[in-house]
Design a protein around this ligand. Structure first.
Ligand code: UD1
Ligand code: CA
Length: 463
């Protein structure tokens, strides 16, 4: 018997008060619907259909390639969305259809598997997961008779006062017998306060053959507001950091460490407070990151030290030192043993093996060979107001402090530039380039100047 999954993600998410479709709001950097799909994938279903509607194209764009979607043009309720989704499934009698909502990012594959198994091993037509809610407000309530048997699910807005007092709520996660679902959905009515087709009415249509199974309240947490999004993200974050620590990553303060789910950190790395790792970032073994460092879409090798730094789109080799107060922008490549120190900014620049940029520099569109030393205050003047130009520096070059390298310019191997020079012409291998006026000395003039100033002040005070 085949297993199919429907993910309902067509709603607008009015309570988010945002143009972004609700299921696209990120949890640890990933749209929440992707977390739901992870749980679905773990079930290894025979087919999956995501029902999209509000922002359909935007939602479809973030789904894994090959995901089948069905479009619900008008949001007429969860029952209506399921009907549309079912139309895109090639089901046979006896199959199971799992339905989940796209706004439950804490859902696990194990829960889904248990739900389908309950359906498959009982003679039920529907299995619905319920939980005891600390605050059941807003949820559909599970109504039972005096002997505790399932009667129906009633939506908050349709519930009587006695029903509102029920703490057992519908999680919105179900497994249905495909035939029962297909027979019942077209017969649903909209005779309720919201005038919608309610999916829970499919359970209500066969109360004697509906099983209410249980799920931890935390796992079913649906996101309807920004506060709920933050709460769910917090749980995911704590779990992710826990996994990292178990795998051998040292995290000094997990309450002050932010790692997105797309990041990989090797065992033996150490994350200090205020570290934010985002996007496609990898951190190698033995590297220490932080405090107060953001790294996005970057690779960091082994044994590096990156602190008080902002690193974006960079490729950092082994044993590299970055910071404090460095900004590595996209296209920065720091090869093994290199350094970008205090108040250093790099962009689209390769710093060769063992080359150092220790203080107060801007390097843009530059290529540095190996063993180069860049003196404090050096700047590549890469932009002429219209175009960007390259600076090429050979191996074992010594750039004197406060050198302006006016691009395009090439500095040969082993060359040296004098401090304070503005270099506008290429420098040959092994040469010294100095560009500044000769220093003059006027003997005794310093003393004379001081005497003059002192005399002036005295005259002012006496007068
Ligand atoms: C729903 C359940 C409620 C349950 C709660 C759990 C119904 C009628 N009610 O209420 O019993 O306790 O979830 O969180 O099912 N959607 C569509 N198309 C639509 C309407 C909704 O795709 O026309 C999708 C939404 O994108 C969302 C999900 O279905 O992902 C749930 O919709 P929502 O409006 O949030 O339902 P609730 O009122 O929370
Ligand atoms: Ca909801």
């Amino acid at each position: 018997m085949a297993r199919h999954v429907l993910v309902l993600a067509a709603g607008q998410g009015t309570r988010m008060k945002s143009d972004l479709p609700k299921v696209l709001h990120p949890v640890l950097g990933r749209p929440m619907v992707r977390w739901v799909l992870d749980a679905v994938d773990a079930l290894e279903p025979d087919s999956t259909v995501v029902v999209v509607g509000h922002g359909a194209e935007q939602v479809a764009d973030v789904l894994p390639q090959g995901t089948v979607t069905a479009v619900q043009h008008e949001q007429k309720g969860t029952g209506h969305a399921t009907l549309i989704g079912l139309g895109a499934i090639d089901w046979s009698p006896g199959d199971a259809v799992v339905v989940v909502y796209g706004d439950v990012p804490l859902l696990t594959g194990a829960t889904l598997a248990a739900t389908v198994e309950t359906l498959e091993t009982s003679d039920s037509l529907a299995v619905v997961l319920a939980a005891e809610a600390p605050d059941p407000s807003g949820y559909g309530r599970v109504v039972r008779d005096s002997s505790g048997d399932f009667v129906k699910i009633v939506e908050h807005k349709d519930a009587s006062d006695t029903e509102l007092a029920i703490a057992e709520v519908n999680s919105g996660i179900y497994a249905f017998d495909a035939e029962h679902l297909a027979d019942t959905l077209p017969k649903l009515g909209t005779g309720n306060v919201q005038g919608e087709y309610y999916l829970p009415d499919v359970c209500n249509a066969a109360p004697g053959r509906t099983v209410v199974a249980h799920i931890a309240y935390e796992e079913m947490s649906g996101v309807n507001t920004h506060a709920e999004l933050a709460a769910v993200s917090e749980i995911r974050r704590a779990r992710l950091l826990d996994d990292l620590m178990r795998s051998g990553v040292a995290i000094e303060d997990p309450t002050a460490t932010y790692v997105e789910s797309t990041v990989s950190v090797a065992a033996g790395a150490r994350l200090l407070p205020g570290t934010h790792l985002r996007g496609a970032t990898t951190i190698g073994a033995g590297s220490e990151i932080g405090p107060d460092t953001t790294i996005a879409d970057s690779a960091v090798g082994e044994g590096c030290h990156v602190w008080y730094a902002v690193v974006r789109g960079a490729d950092i080799g082994d044993a590299v030192e970055v910071g404090p107060y460095a900004s590595l922008r996209p296209g920065s490549v720091l090869r093994a043993g290199a350094k970008a120190g205090t108040f250093v900014e790099t962009k689209n620049t390769i710093v060769g093996e063992g080359s150092k940029v220790p203080h107060l520099s801007y390097l843009g569109d530059a290529t540095l060979g190996t063993g180069v030393n860049i003196g404090a205050g050096t700047i590549t003047c890469n932009y002429d107001g219209v175009d960007k130009h390259p600076t090429v520096i050979g191996d074992d070059v010594f750039i004197g402090s406060d050198t302006m390298l006016v691009a395009p310019v090439e500095i040969g191997d082993r060359a040296v530039t004098g401090a304070g020079s503005t270099i506008t012409k290429d420098v040959d291998d092994g040469s010294l380039a100095v560009e500044r006026s000769n220093q003059r000395q006027v003997p005794g003039y310093g003393d004379k100047l001081r005497e003059r100033k002192v005399a002036k002040r005295r005259a002012k005070e006496d007068g």
